[in-house]
Design a protein around this ligand. Structure first.
Ligand code: AOF
Ligand code: ZN
Length: 366
């Protein structure tokens, strides 16, 4: 697509928003392009929660020249006083003549009011250009703003027979370098990364973001109902990112004290023996963790999936078969369904070939 038309500018705005994924916290990613007399006069992206919105940056760049211009915005301009003043008012004040919007803002404080404000002032507003791409880009924001619970992306890298490790527990490496680079980009794009304590015990992972250029480390969330986590594990000791352990009332108070002493945050969800995962999502949401990358293992994957807490599944497959029978480390460990009609299926399937690995992703539905 390189014709100079509405789509040309909107896709630039979306490209800018896309690159800001991971750095806006619970806020959406938004891009804005202001065009006048066939030339771009302002570009803006929302970069960080609490700082200027995309429209504000773009209009600041336009430096008072936006009278009669067209503004392309990937999300409906806001109508409320949040951490910043309403963008719709700013567009009106600058004399913008036409606003092209990719998708409505689901935030109940906005939800159409931004578009209405513009129309009430006689500004021509068109909504829906490249809407699907815009909605997909902000799927984490949309889930959080509507439910106050984190959007959960389940990622796994398994053999073709669905195992996360050999029967002896060896897991390095299943997927290829290309797949692993994508996984680290996914870490950058989520506020939290979640694993079960057995993964910490087995692999002692650091759960940090290691991309070619520096990325942001998510908060490390360990589901550990009995506080079995070793005090010398990397996530407790390395200080590379915040670590939060979700546990139960059944956990040992002395171990809890030792972990707190080590600087780990502890959240209690449930009386035991298992962590109440639904309650955990509510607590994490209250702590403004709006997105979580779930990296297993199989038991936590199965429990999260069964509880309906997974919003997107991304599976990387390597062309290897390791077998292992009952000792195998399956991707999804849960009691399972009796009938095929009760299977959890993936909607909106996407398949990508990454060298000799394959990535299959979609939205789980029952
Ligand atoms: C826009 N343009 O670039 C963004 C918008 O706390 P605040 O002030 O940053 O407001 C956050 C809310 O504003 C957020 O939940 C969403 O509804 C909207 N974000 N709106 O017009 C932007 N980032
Ligand atoms: Zn705004």
């Amino acid at each position: 697509m390189d014709n100079m038309n509405d789509e040309f500018y909107m896709s630039l705005a979306l490209d800018m928003a896309e690159r800001a994924q991971g750095q806006t916290g619970i806020n959406p990613v938004v891009g804005c392009v202001v065009v006048k007399n066939g030339a771009m006069i302002g570009l803006g992206t929302h970069l960080q929660r609490g700082t200027g919105h995309a429209e504000v940056h773009a209009l600041n760049m336009a430096a008072g020249q936006a009278q009669g211009s067209t503004a392309y915005v990937t999300l409906e301009p806001c109508s409320h006083y949040g951490k910043t003043p309403p963008c719709s008012q700013r567009l009106i004040d600058e004399g913008v003549a036409r606003v092209v919007v990719a998708c409505e803002d689901p935030n109940p404080q906005v939800a159409g009011r931004g578009i209405q404000m513009l129309r009430d002032q006689g500004i021509a507003v068109e909504v829906g250009l490249l809407r699907d791409r815009a909605l997909r880009l902000n799927e984490r924001f949309i889930k959080y703003i509507l439910t106050k619970q984190p959007f959960v992306t389940l990622k796994s890298a398994s053999t073709l027979d669905g195992n996360l490790a050999t029967k002896s527990g060896e897991s390095k490496w299943i997927s290829n370098g290309e797949a692993r680079e994508i996984v680290h980009t996914l870490r950058h794009r989520h506020q939290g990364i979640m694993v079960g304590v057995n993964t910490v015990i087995a692999d002692n992972p650091s759960l940090t973001t290691r991309t070619e250029v520096p990325g942001i480390n998510p908060t490390r969330i360990i589901i550990d109902s009995g506080l079995r986590i070793p005090l010398d594990s990397a996530v407790v000791c390395d200080g590379l990112a915040p670590t939060l352990i979700v546990t139960t009332d059944a956990a040992d108070p002395a171990k809890k004290a030792a972990l707190l002493e080590a600087g780990v945050q502890i959240v209690v969800c449930g009386a035991g023996p298992r962590v109440d995962l639904k309650a955990a999502m509510i607590s994490l949401g209250e702590m403004e963790i709006g997105s979580i990358l779930l990296e297993g293992g199989g038991t936590l994957n199965g429990a999260m999936l069964e509880s309906g807490l997974v919003d997107r599944i991304i599976l990387f497959f390597a062309p290897k078969i390791v077998g292992g029978g009952t000792e195998a480390k399956g991707t999804f460990v849960f009691p399972g369904v009796e009938l095929m009609k009760d299977a959890i299926s993936l909607e909106g399937l996407e398949v990508k070939v990454l060298g000799d690995n394959v990535c299959i992703s979609g939205t789980p539905v029952r």
